[in-house]
Write a protein that binds this ligand. Sequence first.
Ligand code: KIV
Ligand code: ZN
Length: 521
Amino acid sequence: MEPTRRIKIFDTTLRDGEQTPGVCLEAGEKFEIAQMLAKLRVDVIEAGFPVASPGDFTAVAQIAAGIRGVGVAALARANQKDIDIAWQALKTAESPRIHTFLATSDIHLQYKLKMSREQALETATEAVRYAKKFCSDVEFSAEDASRSDWDYLAEVYSAVIAAGATVINVPDTVGYSTPDEFGSLIRYLAERLPGGADISVHCHNDLGMAVANSLAAIVNGAGQVETTINGLGERAGNAAMEELVMALLTRREHYRACTSVETRHIYRASKLVSTLTGVTVQPNKAVVGENAFAHESGIHQHGVLSNRITYEIMNPETIGISRSNIVLGKHSGRHAFEERLKQLGYDLSPEAINLLFVKFKELADRKKTVFDKDIEALVADKPEIRPEWYRLAFHQVLSGSQTVPTATVRLDTSGESLEEAACGDGPVDAVFKAIEKAIGFTVNLKDYNIRAVTSGEDALGEATVWIERDGKTFSGRGLSTDVVEASARAFISAVNKMLAVCGHPSSGTYDAPGRLSPQPY
Ligand code: KIV
Ligand code: ZN
């Protein structure tokens, strides 16, 4: 029998994942996701594309300086300026990696780069040689590799390996490949390239085959796979980490390959990324979707009750979903609450537990039964990690079939309170308009969503608001048993995020400091 090979996971949630339309993470949020990725024990975190913006640079620099026990990579196009800036951001990392890329397909060379094949080969080799001056670990990606001429591709990879590349990445940039074709390409390269560099793959999901293509690549010799949590990424996204890791684990006899990922953190990592990005996970999504372990039909339920393996190929506990049905209520004490948090896999400081316990008690007063999903929502709803410009202090809404919906809000901002009232098409519209009056500028609302965290008339409502400025989208989330309050909180959270990145319209500053200090957590 073949020995089990270890496949490295290069996670690009913070780089390609952040290229998901409508996603904009700020440095503190990226750091939080990086901490989770380190806990998951991925091999490399691609922290960002430092030349892209000052925010991206800061995020990469913070992750490089603060995250240990895992490689940290930064993306750079194949030119000296990008590589210089990537290195400046990366240089304090324990195991830094410069990831440089250049397209190799004739389509990209002709229409995008306007370069000949010879020029591209020279540019790629020169970039790797230059990156090597700073960093011993250099990855080279041939963008659009799957639509490139195979002989030419092998020539480029051989040249960059000779120049010092330690990893050569084969992207299916536009998600065009099929598993048999992509597997053959990887075999072709593995048989021709000189040793000394890992073969990596980076598959997009345009035809829904990103994970299948990545698995075919593993079978044919790839040693690293690039993935994102929840499959985020450009257009239809990248190969989903949770799906790839669980496919290798569940079918280990078949693939004879494993990863170092701590699967029990997968569910919470998926939740965290969904909360911070504002991108919800579809209910029927493999592994982490709401329905992934739900059994609707009587025949299935009966089978699972007799023996779970009748209809379940994975144990939900393996990815950190608790099976127990314990529910809490207003008589539950701090000890029971703390125990439940532990059983759900949260490892929180005593201060955080104290704060959460207060929120739990408030919730239990309004709601008869507090389910695990409510507790997960409370944990996700932690105080802002960045200084906030505005905080909701009070709101009141008048609405009904004979009344024009009217809202009054009071917002705290440094040293003062701003109180305004406004009418709207409905109570939520009225509260948004009142907030706009209080902050003194209008907001470009792109989308709004409200959902119940659990079922029942006293369910906790989770609102998400997406707003836009300077071509960037910012999402905010709010939680309450009162849907108008949840909506107001979500709106203010999105505004605070936008101000942290773009500055306040009245001050015209970029990166203006926030005004209220963050609450402790
Ligand atoms: O999809 C792609 O080709 C990329 C490269 C930069 C690796 O994201
Ligand atoms: Zn990509």
